[in-house]
Design a protein around this ligand. Structure first.
Ligand SMILES: Cc1cc2nc3c(=O)[nH]c(=O)nc-3n(C[C@H](O)[C@H](O)[C@H](O)COP(=O)(O)OP(=O)(O)OC[C@H]3O[C@@H](n4cnc5c(N)ncnc54)[C@H](O)[C@@H]3O)c2cc1C
Length: 507
């Protein structure tokens, strides 16, 4: 049962809600966490990125939550929480497929490593396990948790607080007086009606839908001759977030260590209509257009029901505010969902928590404080949408897609290193959303005024957009040292930082 009065009520015990609850509880707040489902439960969104993992490490340190370090690298995970389902993710891999389905037209792979070895590698989260584990940690830290529980009313009341009515699993209703209301309910917009937030559309973004599930016995791309893996690939290509891109959409394949595979497609409406994707047999009809991918799934068995998101992108017009002096906020993942390409969801969620937690902890939750949070989240969301939209245009031309992808990898590696060396101000927002010069370069590239290599040059610390590498990009700290001056350091200074850093050691 939840106490009648709490400092913060969080709706939704996904990884975002449970994590924010832990941070607040550890810092002394009375926190209620209500979940309409029950753990363990399926959740989508599994692939991490270096920024996700770095943010987790930084939360572990800043809020004295050392167990979060277990999630931050594949090596720490296997050593500390081997029973929580995980997959090794060494990087991002892409194959391109032509509209005519010809095997000769298959392109790639483009393989961009995120780590030089396994021990410090990114991961795929088996969300049913991970979310249950995070929720358990929250409970152990004193969070008041109720599952199979719904919010049925929320109104601002006296003294800038909320009166929230919840209904428990047994049908009992209770009123909770909360000082701050957080929506961490993912795509459901759980609190939108109570706070007055409305659905809105992305501008200039394609109308897309998604279909996805988990599978067993999916063949390795490396074993399918039409796909294959070059000998100089920087990692075994299947131990990555593996993508197939094609005119109108893309497919993800995330392999867990037990060889289960999370796979799904995100496609434009016209393509979904052409193959009746969301009707029986739609997956097979889409795969029939890509014989090489079809081979990967020839012996596969689906082990979960089909899930779909139609439409895939969703967005609210408001992210945070104060209603009659009572403060509220949505985590970014509750305010919008764009597309899982480049695994931006976790990082967006964590950047939101990084911004929101101090506001709640310091009691700086005035209209103007929350307006700053709202503006930052909206800017991140708009930037990611603008970027993903350009990818959809590029999917039909693999060379162009490769160029467009370099903007993500440049922004991501730049942001990671800036954080690691204590120069966060050089990397404002998700995908450098606060750096106008980066986005001007992107526009100039899209307008054909410069090459991708020229546009990303000021932020390129990872040897990206180098055609001599034929799409094979190892994670090489020598590239970072060579580019030290872009970060305001000499090469010798950067070498010292890297030689001293734990994060730079990896087997
Ligand atoms: C198809 C797809 C693929 C994705 N792939 C990736 C990826 O590879 N990498 C990545 O970084 N991100 C990915 N994402 C995004 C990722 O899923 C989200 O960023 C992440 O799940 C957000 O976590 P969360 O805890 O905020 O929300 P969720 O994981 O959605 O959890 C929300 C929780 O709130 C509960 N809830 C909802 N409504 C209510 C209510 N009214 N009352 C009580 N409880 C409620 C739900 O039951 C759920 O447990 C993907 C998303 C989709 C749709």
């Amino acid at each position: 049962m939840i106490p009648a009065q709490v400092d913060v009520l969080i709706v939704g015990a996904g990884f975002g809600g449970s994590l924010l609850a832990q941070i607040l509880a550890k810092s002394g707040k009375q926190v209620a966490l209500v979940e309409r489902g029950s753990h363990p439960r399926f959740a989508m969104g599994e692939s991490t990125s270096p920024l996700t993992n770095l943010l987790l490490e930084q939360f572990a340190q800043a809020y004295d939550l050392p167990h979060l370090n277990h999630l931050a690298t594949w090596g720490a995970w296997k050593a500390n929480i081997p029973n929580v389902g995980v997959g090794l993710k060494r990087g991002f891999t892409y194959y391109g497929h032509p509209a005519d389905g010809s095997v000769a037209g298959v392109r790639g792979p483009l393989a961009v490593a995120a780590s030089p070895g396994n021990s410090c590698a990114d991961t795929h989260w088996l969300r049913s396990d991970v979310d249950a584990w995070l929720c358990k940690q929250a409970i152990e830290l004193g969070v008041h948790y109720a599952e199979r529980t719904s919010v049925i009313d929320a109104t601002p009341c006296e003294n800038g607080r909320w009166r929230v009515v919840v209904r428990y699993e047994n049908g009992d209703e209770a009123t909770i007086n909360a000082g701050f209301l957080v929506d961490a309910g993912g795509r459901t917009a759980a609190l939108a009606d109570y706070v007055g937030a409305k659905a809105t559309a992305f501008s200039e973004y394609p109308d897309t839908v998604a279909l996805y599930s988990h599978f067993e016995n999916v063949a390795l791309a490396a074993d399918v001759p039409e796909l294959g893996a070059p000998e100089n690939a920087p990692y075994p290509v299947d131990w990555s977030a593996l993508h197939h891109v094609f005119p109108g959409g893309w497919m993800w394949m995330l392999r867990f260590d037990d060889h289960r595979v999370s796979a799904g497609v995100s496609v434009e409406r016209w393509l979904s209509d052409e193959v009746s994707l969301l009707e029986d047999g739609g997956w097979e009809r889409l795969l029939a257009r890509m014989p090489a991918v079809q081979k990967q799934f020839a012996g596969a068995t689906r082990v979960l029901p089909w899930m779909q998101a139609d439409p895939l992108p969703v967005r609210l017009d408001r992210v945070a505010g104060v209603n009659d002096t009572a403060p509220w906020a949505f985590l970014p993942s509750a305010a919008a969902f764009i597309d899982p390409l480049y695994s931006t969801g976790f990082s967006l969620t964590l950047l939101g928590i990084e911004r929101l937690a101090p506001l709640i902890l310091n009691g700086t939750s005035s209209e103007s404080d929350l307006a700053v949070y709202e503006a930052a989240v909206q800017r991140d969301i708009s930037c990611v949408a603008r970027y993903i939209s350009a990818n959809f245009v590029a999917f039909s031309d693999f060379e162009r897609f490769t160029d467009v992808s370099m903007f993500y990898f440049a922004a991501a590696s730049w942001s990671e290193i800036c954080r690691r060396i204590g120069k966060r101000a050089l990397a404002p927002g998700m995908l450098l959303s606060g750096d106008d010069a980066f986005w001007q370069g992107f526009d100039a590239y899209l307008a054909g005024e410069c090459t991708a290599a020229d546009a990303i040059a000021p932020w390129n610390i990872a040897g990206l957009a180098d055609r001599s590498k034929s799409g094979m990009y190892p994670a090489n700290l020598a590239d970072v040292i060579a580019a030290a001056e872009k970060l305001g350091l000499s090469q010798a200074e950067m070498e010292v930082i890297i030689n001293d850093a734990d994060w730079a050691r990896c087997d």
